[in-house]
Design a protein around this ligand. Structure first.
Ligand code: HEC
Length: 148
C-alpha cells in the first residue's frame, strides 16, 4: 500500500521531467533544410538504393506498381511535420519489403542521404548519423522555414 502511494506521488514528477525533455528537445531541433548529410554519403546510398530498393520504388524513386514514390511532392507532404527518425524507423522495421531489417543502421542512413539528395534537400559538412535518437531531433519539413 505504501509502495503504491509512493509511485502515484512520482507521477507529477515524471510528467515535469518529460515536459522539460520535450521543451529542451524542441530547442535543439534541426531540419532537413540545415544540411544534415554529405554528398559522399548520398553517393554511397545511391549504390545501396539501386540494389536494395529500386526494383520496387523505381530507379528514379518515382514508385512502382505497388510501392509508393520516395521522392517528390506526394512523398514529401506525407512526411511533413514528422522527424527523420520516424522515417528511419519506418525503413529499418519494414524495408526492404522482401527482407525487412536486413540492412545495417549505417546502410539505412546512407540510403536516406541519397533520398534527401533526390528530394533536393541541401548537403552539409557532416554525415547523417545512424542513431534513431539523434535522427528524431531532425525535423522533416516540406518547406524551408523562413529565416529568423
Ligand atoms: C519488394 C518491394 C520493395 C522493396 C525492395 C522496398 N520497398 Fe519500400 N515499400 C514497398 C511497398 C509495397 C510499400 C508500401 C506498403 C508498405 O508500407 O509496406 C513501401 C513503402 C516504403 C516507404 C514508406 C513510404 C511512405 O511515404 O509512406 C518507405 C520510406 C520505403 N518503402 C523505403 C524503402 C527503402 C529505403 C528500400 C530499400 C532499402 C525499400 N523501401 C525497398 C515495397 C518495397
Amino acid at each position: 500500500m505504501k509502495l503504491k502511494f509512493a509511485s502515484i506521488a512520482l507521477i507529477p514528477l515524471a510528467a515535469v521531467f518529460v515536459l522539460r525533455t520535450v521543451v529542451h528537445a524542441q530547442g535543439d531541433m534541426k531540419s532537413v533544410w540545415d544540411g544534415v548529410y554529405t554528398q559522399a554519403q548520398a553517393d554511397r546510398g545511391k549504390d545501396l538504393y539501386s540494389t536494395q530498393c529500386a526494383s520496387c520504388h523505381g530507379p528514379e524513386l518515382t514508385g512502382g506498381e505497388m510501392a509508393p514514390p520516395l521522392a517528390g511532392g506526394e512523398f514529401i507532404s506525407g512526411w511533413d511535420g514528422l522527424t527523420v527518425g520516424d522515417l528511419f524507423e519506418r525503413i529499418r522495421i519494414s524495408m526492404p519489403q522482401n527482407s525487412p531489417g536486413s540492412l545495417s543502421g549505417q546502410q539505412n542512413s546512407d540510403i536516406l542521404a541519397f533520398m534527401f539528395a533526390a528530394n533536393k534537400f541541401p548537403t552539409g559538412t557532416a554525415e547523417l548519423p545512424k542513431e534513431a535518437g539523434i535522427l528524431k531531433m531532425i525535423k522533416f519539413e516540406a518547406k524551408k522555414a523562413p529565416q529568423q
